[in-house]
Design a binder for this molecule. Structure first.
Ligand SMILES: Cc1cc2nc3c(=O)[nH]c(=O)nc-3n(C[C@H](O)[C@H](O)[C@H](O)COP(=O)(O)OP(=O)(O)OC[C@H]3O[C@@H](n4cnc5c(N)ncnc54)[C@H](O)[C@@H]3O)c2cc1C
Length: 430
């Protein structure tokens, strides 16, 4: 039968931030592409707080004016709350200017709105967009990706192209199909979240920060993210084993964990939940390869690291940027082999490894992490990481300092901080 789907050079699975951004970059480079999104936007999604490095990508694809016009909440920094007592520690992005970025804020977003606007933006630049069309399988010619089997209104249709991009998020379509997915050896966390009205967001400058509350359960923390003037996203994260104790009563567990931090309990005291609780689990993993013959994996489809530092959308956007550069080159030379795509693989892997190491050390330190925010010596280095400046870096001295701090504390049972450093292994990177 004739296919209603346009013939293009590149087929993209998924219309989240990674899929839309790569569609935008490819369209700008004059490479025809089609994005298949299984649902119809707008659709809800977790991941509502950005880092400032994302601004660079929004600017490059011409999306920054839309971010400003649409009135997303400006995010100027982050605030941490001690587990007990009332200590708070804040940092502002504007303390350290970033290359090629002229603003000192990033955004908190309603992902339903952001993702819909980004997809429309890719379309306006020339990407073909098929919403409500799920991809069932990537078609392979030997070990080379050559097309997709898509489902259009219950009918299976094969579409062929020169290149395939998997941007299917945590569905990890191609990673599952090729058996590339490896569960993270360290992290096994679970999150419960919902939107609330009337959260007491704090005073002054920190009102529109992301607020992170330390919780006294294993690797537990909570987020507070302003979505609009009235609505705040609240989420509680803990090891999966903590949630198993809840025996399915997520609301009770959420309430219990909220009460375990004084400042969080105060913030939530006047709050009223306005939508259902949602849960997220099994979200830390990596694919063994981010590229193969005729394909790349971008965003969460390639790798997902723990969301403590709001890195996910930024990684999705940068992976799209780097992958598009490799695809443009590969299609120009006609060499779409795995070897030709290695510059993408290396660049993304190196950047995400820095996020991963930062996060791993953070979970060793937990409240002790605030020492590095307060320290004159380390504060700006920590800030650069929190801004999302992890790509194309050869060294990150503050990570060495964090490792050294932990090693000193672990050397002796008498060390003042020995009991506060957690048992997460640090010397055996995944
Ligand atoms: C608890 C938690 C908190 C988080 N907090 C943050 C945060 O504060 N800030 C942040 O930046 N990130 C956060 N993240 C991470 C963030 O959600 C992701 O990193 C980000 O959404 C990745 O974008 P993506 O485009 O790769 O995937 P997605 O946004 O998931 O998009 C993938 C798209 O592909 C579509 N799709 C899937 N399968 C198919 C198929 N077979 N056919 C067609 N379409 C398909 C889906 O419908 C979806 O629209 C958080 C994640 C979790 C789990």
């Amino acid at each position: 039968m004739s296919t209603p789907i346009p013939a293009t050079d590149v087929l993209i699975i998924g219309g989240g931030p990674a899929g839309s951004a790569i569609g935008a970059y490819l369209s700008k480079a004059g490479i025809s592409n089609t994005i298949f999104e299984s649902v119809n936007h707008p659709r809800a999604h977790v991941g509502e707080s950005m880092v400032t490095a994302s601004t660079r990508v929004f600017e490059e694809i011409g999306f920054l004016p839309t971010m400003e016009r649409e009135g997303f909440v400006h995010k100027f920094g982050a605030t941490w709350h001690a587990p007990a007592g009332r200590g708070t520690f804040s940092i502002r992005f504007g303390e350290f200017p970033q290359d090629d970025i002229d603003q000192d804020h990033t955004y908190h977003v309603d992902r339903a709105k952001l993702d819909m606007l980004l997809l429309k933006h890719a379309e306006s630049l020339g990407s073909k967009v098929c919403q409500g069309v799920g991809v069932d399988e990537v078609l392979m010619d030997g070990d080379r990706a050559c097309g997709l089997r898509v489902n259009v209104a219950g009918q299976s249709i094969d579409v062929h192209a020169r290149f395939v991009v998997d941007a299917s998020g945590r569905r990890t379509l191609l990673g599952n199909q090729l058996g590339l997915k490896k569960k993270d050896p360290l992290f096994d966390q679970y999150a419960v979240h919902a939107w609330y009205e009337d959260v007491a967001r704090g005073e002054g400058d920190s009102k529109d920060h992301i607020h992170i509350y330390f919780l006294e359960v294993e690797r537990g923390w909570a987020w507070q993210i302003p979505i609009t003037d009235e609505i705040t996203s609240m989420g509680v994260v803990a090891e999966k084993s903590v949630y198993r104790e809840a025996k399915g009563d997520m609301a009770a567990m959420f309430e219990r964990l909220v009460k375990s931090n004084d400042n969080l309990a105060d913030a939530m005291a006047p709050a009223r939940r306005v939508n259902d609780f949602k849960t997220e689990g099994d979200y830390s993993y990596s694919m063994t390869n981010f590229a193969g013959n005729g394909f790349v994996l971008v965003g969460d489809a390639a790798r997902f690291v723990d969301p403590i530092f709001s890195s996910g959308v930024s990684v999705a956007l940068y992976s799209a940027k780097f992958a598009s550069e490799s695809i443009v080159e590969a299609l120009k030379t006609g060499d779409v082999s795995e070897a030709a795509l290695q510059p993408y693989e290396r660049r993304l892997r190196a950047g995400v490894e820095i996020w991963y190491e930062f996060i791993r050390l953070y979970y060793k330190l937990l409240p002790l992490f605030t020492y590095f925010i307060q320290s004159k010596k380390h504060r700006l280095q920590v800030l650069r990481l929190l801004q999302g400046e992890v790509f194309d870096r050869t060294e990150v001295p503050v990570l060495d300092a964090m490792r050294e701090f932990i090693a000193q504390a672990e050397k002796s049972d008498k060390h003042a901080f020995r009991r506060q450093v957690t048992d997460l292994p640090v010397d055996d990177p995944a």
